[in-house]
Design a protein around this ligand. Structure first.
Ligand SMILES: Cc1ncc(COP(=O)(O)O)c(C=O)c1O
Length: 375
């Protein structure tokens, strides 16, 4: 089977450096908040061109820290796409707040600025005051951050970027991490920049938000460990994971270049399907290569056929969040989410990682082109 994501080849490339960095952690023994954590935060801030980075225990916790720093209160609403991973919308109800589901664009799969008024209208009808927007850079491409920021400014809303999949990308020449009031990413192993466990980070230029997130990350810590200024949680990144990330950050630029090469190769080889296209302002970190099948293609037998040819596939995401039971009562943009519904029926993700060979891609494309032609 062709690997869907190949972490083994990457590890081979980096093994000596990872061993060296992990040995250093074992030697100094500062497993929590050791020097690697501070070093990583500084490197990430310099990467994303932002003032403050607060590392943490997962992408989901990064979103929670951001919402808590922004002061999201129970009953307040946050506009969020429904075509995304659950965590983007899960963090609002966790704080007693309300996700308000909005429509995505046909081409980028990301939140459509033109769909925001319909989401505001739905919230108003439900008696929910919207205080912010959660953008998501789905599959690696940032959302239209200019369009979303413009709307946010006009309506006095904050903007968070869920960049769990899009860290490493850019919008209009600015790096992801610096495109919103607070940006969040995940270091889950399969992400473009992943560690060997769970991890995440928040990025901001706002020192007050950063201080709040640092406090919430450790039980709402005040002047020291046993003075608590607010309700918080345990949400630290550990030194071992920071050590792994520092090693991986050393080849991140090269891996992003390789991912772009793989994406270009797919686009040249595939026929009869809609390949993901980048907006002219965007670069992508290609967390996933997700294409759109013609409506008439039956997806399940196609996946089966590809699996028989040693090609793994995945469907991100088969059921939009607003159609899942725990979210069924939350407001949905007036007029519904027809693009979201259509996408969840048509999308298909192919193997994507920096080390996918041209021969493997040719095999994948040949099999897929043949299957789609047969329809
Ligand atoms: C868009 C998006 N948001 C949030 C998350 C949550 O990240 P984590 O799994 O690190 O909690 C993910 C991870 O899969 C994601 O893809």
């Amino acid at each position: 089977m062709i690997p869907f994501i190949d972490l083994a080849t990457q590890q081979k490339r980096l093994r000596a450096e990872i061993d060296r960095r992990l040995a250093r952690v074992l030697d100094h023994g500062a497993y929590i908040m050791g020097p690697e954590v501070a070093e990583l935060e500084a490197e990430l801030a310099s990467w994303a061109d932002c003032r403050e980075v607060v590392s943490c225990s997962s992408g989901t916790d990064a979103l929670l820290l951001a919402l808590m720093a922004l002061g999201l209160k129970p009953g307040e609403g946050v506009i969020v796409p429904s075509f995304t991973f659950t965590a983007s919308a899960e963090v609002m109800p966790m704080l007693g707040a309300i996700p308000v589901f909005a429509e995505v664009e046909e081409d980028s799969f990301n939140l459509d600025p033109a769909g925001l008024p319909a989401a505001m209208a739905a919230a108003e009808q439900a008696g929910v005051k919207v205080v912010g927007i959660m953008a998501v850079g789905l599959f690696g491409q940032p959302a239209d951050m200019d369009g979303l920021a413009g709307f946010a400014r006009q309506h006095n809303l904050w903007l968070v970027d869920d960049a769990a999949q899009s860290f490493g990308s850019s919008w209009a020449g600015r790096k992801t991490g610096s495109l919103a009031d607070i940006s969040c990413t995940s270091f889950f192993p399969a992400k473009p920049l992943g560690c060997y466990g769970d991890g995440g980070a928040c990025f901001t230029d706002n020192a007050d938000y950063a201080a709040l997130m640092r406090s919430v990350r450790v039980h709402g810590q005040g002047q020291d460990k046993y003075h608590n200024d607010r309700i918080g949680m345990t949400a630290r990144l550990d030194s071992m994971q920071a050590a792994v990330l520092l090693a991986k950050l050393g080849i991140f630029v090269d891996e992003l270049r390789l991912r772009q090469q793989v994406a270009d190769c797919y686009a040249a080889l595939l026929e009869g399907v809609v390949c993901p296209a980048l907006k002219e302002q965007a670069t992508s970190s290609w967390a996933q290569y997700t294409l759109r099948l013609p409506e008439e293609v039956d997806r399940a037998p196609l996946c089966q056929q590809l699996a028989e040819a040693d090609i793994p596939t995945a469907i991100y995401y088969p059921v939009p969040i607003h159609r899942q039971t725990p979210y069924a009562a939350y407001p949905v943009a007036a007029g519904g989410l027809p693009v979201t519904d259509r996408l969840s029926r048509q999308v298909l993700s192919l193997p994507m990682h920096p080390y996918l060979s041209e021969a493997e891609q040719t095999h994948i494309a040949d099999q897929l082109n043949r299957a789609v032609r047969k329809g």
